[in-house]
Structures are given as C-alpha cells and as structure tokens.
Design a protein around this ligand. Structure first.
Ligand code: NAD
Ligand code: DAU
Length: 343
C-alpha cells in the first residue's frame, strides 16, 4: 500500500491496527495522526515508535492547515480514519465535541483526499448507526441495508460521518469504503468502556456498575479480528461499499461482567445494578454475510479465549493503566458514576 495515514492510532483500535499492519505488511509505512485526547496514549505506541516505517504526528483531524500540510509532506496512498470521540456516555454529557471531531474531522480528511488524490479512504464506522434491535427477536440482525436510525449523539455523529463519506464518493468520486463493526474488546482499550472498566474495578475490589438490569445485549468481537477485516476491505473491498463486521457473538452485559469476575476469582456480589443509561440501546447484532461471502472474512478468536487473553493483559500491564486512572479519569468517574443509584 506504500504510505498509509492512520488517524486515531494512539487509541484502542487504531493502535491494535497499527501493530497488526506493521507485522503483516512490513514494507509499508504508517503515519499516525492523533490529537492525543484523554483517550489517546502515546505509551501505547512505544512498541513501534522507533521503527523506521512508523511516524507519529500530533494533530487534530479538524485542523485543515495541519491536515493539508501533512498530506503535502507525506502523500499517503491510503487513509484509515479511526479518529473519533467514541464513548456514548460522554456524548450524552456533552455532544459538541462529537459533532466537531466525528463530522467536521471526517469532512476535513475527505477534502484532503480529494485535493491530493488517494487510492482509498476507509471510514471506521460502527453498528450503532443502525440503532438497536428488540431483545425478544433473535432472528433480526443488522444488514448493510438496515436504515440508519441512531439513538445517542455519538451514534448520530457517526451516522452523519458515514453519509458525508458516501457523498464524497458519489459527488466527487473519492474511492471510499466503510466498515460498521460491533463492540470490540482486547488490549489497550480505555477503561471507560464496559470490559476494561469492569476488569480494573474488579482488580481493585470496587463495585461493578451495571446499567439497568444488565439485560442489554452487545455483539463482541476481538479487536484483531476487526483489524483483519479492515485489511481485507482495503485489499479487495469495492469502492463505495459498506461492510458490516461482527462475529455472531451476542452476550448480555451481566453475563460479560460475571465472566470477568470468574476469570479474576472475584465474587459476583461486587456487581451493582445502577441507573440505566439514557436512550440505552437494547441489542446490537451484526449480519456479517457480505464480508464473509465477498472477502472470505470470518472471526478467528473465540470469546472465551479472547476474554481470557484480555483480562490477563490488564493484569500484566498495570503500568499502562495505572497512570490513566489517576488524574482526569478520577474526576470523570466521580461525575459519571457517583450520581447513579442502585437500581
Ligand atoms: P478510542 O476512543 O480508544 O480512540 C480514539 C483515538 O482518536 C484517540 O487516540 C484520540 O486521541 C483520537 N482522536 C480523538 N479526536 C481526535 C481528533 N480530533 N483528531 C485526531 N485524533 C483524535 O476509540 P476506539 O474505540 O479505538 O475507536 C476507533 C474507531 O472505531 C472510532 O471511529 C469508533 O467510532 C470506531 N468503532 C469502535 C468500536 C469499539 O467497540 N471500540 C466498535 C466499532 C467502531
Ligand atoms: O457497537 C460499537 C460501539 O461499541 C462503538 O461504536 C463505541 O465506540 C463503543 O464505545 C461501544 O459502545 P457501547 O455503548 O456498546 O459500549 P460500552 O462499553 O460503553 O457499553 C457496553 C454495554 O455495557 C452497554 O450496554 C452499556 C453497558 N455499561 C457500560 C458501562 C461503561 C454498563 O452497564 N456499565 C458501565 O459502566
């Protein structure tokens, strides 16, 4: 692929993708553009920082001058956009930055792609753009033609970004692809999201705050399987197309948290059922038939195996998370969780 611009590479999936790509495509160069928001962590990238085919640039995807200068200097052939504000709860608390980064940032990158020409722009989107599914209809799954029907400011901003991406394809001929993936888990995920938050709380014998009755369902995928899906889409996906990514792995939140307790040998009575999330999506479930039949993608990591590895990773990488959960995170946790009452 030559030069690839990876935005948001200091975050969870972007960093895992960077490691994956440099391992499987050692002749390519990755330029990582990341603003290093609270969710971005330079220490995550320490494994690749000294590689001659990796370059880190601190910057905002909304900063037009910075983005255009970077395209001028590096002339990326491929752009993969992971950069986003990503946490639903934060979007309920303050939607503005979600609109700024997820909409304006995406449009700014597309303008640069148009100006300088790229072989491919790939938008990393989410299954949340489809809204949610009822709990009592296991036969219903999200396909690529399910209408966009969002619930939170986060998912609305991601759906808006998808529409902008498709508009730049249809109107200006930018060669784009979009992947809409279900919930990822794995190493380096910021501990505001369900799995790492529960692992870290359990390790510290703190309450495990499950929203509502814990019956909401998510469709979990190990992060490396997502990275491999993006690789296949970049190599063989058709420009203008959307590909759903998910592994038929639906789990109720309470069951995921119980599994974490089991893995860590902690008592389930740490689980505390608290006030539900506003507008809480009930169930996500992806139909991955298109990416399977067109590109041969299938998930490789079983949930039980991936969870074992992930929990173990957090146990062994205290250095990585202990700084993250000091400072701003403490304030976030107080604001977000102290007002939640037992349900
Ligand atoms: P994350 O929050 O862990 O990381 C986001 C990264 O983007 C951070 O490094 C942050 O510093 C950077 N960033 C934020 N605003 C920026 C800006 N204005 N300019 C440059 N960099 C900026 O997110 P993640 O979970 O790794 O998600 C990555 C992408 O995948 C997102 O687009 C998200 O919508 C999508 N996605 C995530 C999941 C999931 O389960 N985590 C599932 C499907 C899709
Ligand atoms: O589906 C893909 C999406 O998955 C991505 O687009 C988002 O960026 C990512 O954050 C994730 O969204 P969710 O809202 O599904 O993930 P989260 O980890 O925040 O929550 C997972 C489920 O767990 C959800 O039903 C809410 C619940 N939850 C979450 C937290 C943080 C709790 O019960 N307690 C909690 O403390």
């Amino acid at each position: 692929m030559g030069n690839m611009l990876v935005t948001g590479g200091a975050g969870f999936i972007g960093s895992n993708f960077t490691f994956y790509w440099l391992e499987h495509h050692p002749d390519d160069k990755i330029i990582c553009l990341d603003k290093l928001t609270y969710a971005g962590n330079l220490s995550t990238l320490r494994l690749v920082m000294d590689k001659p085919n990796f370059k880190f640039v601190k910057g905002d995807i909304c900063d037009r001058g910075r983005v255009f200068d970077l395209f001028q200097a590096e002339r990326p052939e491929v752009v993969v956009n992971f950069a986003a504000e990503t946490h639903v709860d934060r979007s309920i608390d303050g939607p503005n930055v979600f609109l700024q980064t997820n909409l304006i940032g995406t449009a700014t990158l597309l303008d640069a792609c148009r100006e300088f020409g790229v072989e491919r722009y790939h938008q990393v989107s989410t299954d949340e753009v489809y809204g949610d599914l009822p709990l009592d209809r296991p036969d219903l799954l999200f396909t690529e033609s399910t209408p966009l029907h969002t619930s939170s400011p986060y998912s609305a901003s991601k759906a808006g970004a998808d529409l902008i991406v498709q508009a730049y394809h249809k109107t200006f001929g930018v060669p784009v692809t979009i992947s809409r993936c279900s919930n990822n888990y794995g190493p380096y995920q910021f501990p505001e999201k369900l799995i790492p938050l529960m692992v870290l709380n359990a390790l510290q014998d703190k309450p495990l705050p499950v929203y509502g009755e814990g019956v909401n369902v998510r469709d979990w995928l190990y992060v490396e399987d997502h990275c491999r899906a993006i690789d296949l889409i970049l190599q063989r996906g058709r420009p203008g197309e959307v590909y759903n990514v998910g592994g038929h792995n639906e789990r109720r939140n309470a069951d995921v948290v119980k599994l974490i307790c089991k893995e860590l040998g902690k008592p389930e009575d740490l689980i505390t059922y608290v006030t539900d999330r506003k507008g809480h999506d009930r169930r996500y479930a992806i139909d991955p038939e298109k990416i399977h039949s067109e590109l041969g993608w299938l998930p490789e990591t079983k949930f039980e195996t991936g969870m074992k590895q992930t929990v173990q990773w957090y146990v062994e990488n205290r250095e990585w998370w202990k700084d993250i959960i000091s400072g701003e995170y403490q304030q976030y946790y107080k604001t977000m969780y102290n007002n939640l009452v037992g349900a």
